[in-house]
Design a protein around this ligand. Sequence first.
Ligand code: ZN
Length: 258
Amino acid sequence: MSRAIRAAEDLIKKYCIKNQHQLDLELIANAEYLIIEETELNGLLGKIIFDQDMGLIQINKSITNIGLRRFTIAHEMGHYYISKNSNRNKHGCTIGSLGNYIPDKSHEAEANKFAAELLMYKPWFSKYIKNMPVCIDLIKQIADDFKVSITAAAIRYAEIGQYPIAVILSKNSVVQWSFINSYFPCRYLPPGSVVPKESNVWDYFNGKQMSEDEDMIPALSWFKEDFKCKRSTYFYEQSVEIPVTNSVLTILWQSDFD
Ligand SMILES: [Zn+2]
């Protein structure tokens, strides 16, 4: 188990938190000698300065989205638990590191992992999504119930859920990143790929109204370069606008036509 995940679990156990509704992030932070203040932060969402026993978390006061605000606080707390015993005692974090899926072991990725585990603790999350097939409405419902961003909820669903799903974030008609779970039949979708013309996402970036309804799309439209992807495979596709970053989050899931 990674250090980030263990640290989040330790907090949940230490304060005997039973479910996501009992998780009062600021109360826990204060009990842990982490002071939170809202302030103007040039271009940063959050920042933390700490020593081994205490820290100051600063949150950009212009964040209006409650999910993003909570994820930012939890992310900064993550930096504290992950590096309080090292000589690094300062982190400044942008939307680029918080709103992205970063598949590595960097400080930013680890802090995101901590935040996801604390806010969407695996046992609570698994219980919530049990037997719930995915669609954007479910992702929105999860975001609402766990008070996290839609992006964080979608990634967590892909991580923990039992259904084949791909989560894709696009900006300016180009894929920024994707998170594809192990059940999903197609894999190769490098950042920089252009969004397919057949997709609703294309409309969004080309001045048209984007439909948020679910649609069917041939797998090869998205996974043109994936040689293992079959021509006969179709996916359900549904997208939602992420206004904070001017981007679109898309989920693809398996249809029964394969
Ligand atoms: Zn950070």
